[in-house]
Design a protein around this ligand. Sequence first.
Ligand code: HAM
Length: 433
Amino acid sequence: MVETLLNTVPGTRDILPGEIWRWQRVEECARQIFTQYGFMEIRTPIMESTELFARGIGGDTDIVGKEMYTFEDRSGKSITLRPEATASVVRAYIQNALYRGAGLAKLYYVGPMFRHEKKQKGRWRQFYQIGAEALGSDHPAIEAEVIEMLLSMISSLQIETKLLVNSVGCVKCRARYIQLLRGSLAGMLQHLCDDCRRRAETNSLRVFDCKVESCQPHIQKLPAITDHLCVECANHFASFKGYLAAAGIGYQVVPRLVRGLDYYVRTAFEIVSGELGAQNALAGGGRYDGLSEVLGGPPVKGFGFALGLDRLVMLLPDAVAMEAKYKPEIFLAYIGDQAFRQTLSFARALRRQGRSCYFDFDGGSLKSQMRMANKLNASYVLIIGEEELAKGLFKLKRLEDSAQWDVTMEGLPSFLAESAALANPSASMKAGK
Ligand code: HAM
């Protein structure tokens, strides 16, 4: 019992201060780049009515059929912890009449999603996504631009990936393709797993989501959707690929890529990384023009993606992540009671000037405080002892190379500013006095 109480629920975990800066590094990068592209943040509730996801994502998908965290609230209403955010964003768009705004609604979000999936490396039951949705246009150029934005974020974090694209057609040409698919599936049912056999009947496209080894050689033989697109969808796909090429973005067409959500039409894509193992999808998305109508809203064209933050953080090179790691600029090491009181007021003054500083409330020996400063990777240590207080002159030590100066408190800010600007200790020494 104690064990359950003191452990996180399977598939969930704490993100601790020792690693949070990796997450913050990625989130800040996304916010900065998405803003450059004109996307604004939207925050929707973590729980929504079950109906929203059942209708939006599709009743025969794994997400809705097997993976949702659904419960009745105290008023008997069926509520679900969001397994993804596209349905929520489209709901918010309709509910708040965001279509009345100027131009496209370009929205992005960062937050937790919940799916009761089998636990595996890179797969969590509470996981985090950064996603973006562009609502209000069916132009293929917006698709290429959104992918460009996503790839520019990923590559600025020095992560290598591959872009896979496909077209899943529109309601009309897909219906014809599905007839064809059903015919092919009917001839191979005896070789397929139970899930595939069921899907062959109910939602044939979902056969492509199957991961069962023995089904794969048969699934490979199925007709490719890209060979059966209507003229409009084929033109849209060609145009989309043209915009990708014009932006210098390399891609691979994968006709099996149908994605695990029912709302997609035309363009679908995934970004994969060879370093992720079996769960190699870092991001996925596509066009979902009919979703708003399915939810009871006006016709709205939409295109977007979601990126698995947990997976991106796993891939983030240490050198890139280090840029965001907390390190105090000045560690205040004090000796004695009077120095402690003075340290409190020095710290307050320095922080008011926008400097990050740190000190240990329990003090201890100078040696132990220096150890802490090193552990925190502080840039400087300012030593505040009784003698220094009497003289009004303090020892400032740079930890990187043990260079040392005597500084007054008044001279410290300009000393630090000059030292940062010049990165030349001999030139900035004068500023300390
Ligand atoms: P999705 O492919 O289901 O798409 O999820 C997007 C990404 O979320 C995946 O590529 C993966 O990196 C991450 N992800 C999914 N499940 C897990 C998990 N259990 N643990 C860790 N990471 C996971 C969507 O969610 C769509 N809403 C994307 C979209 C937006 N399409 C259009 N707009």
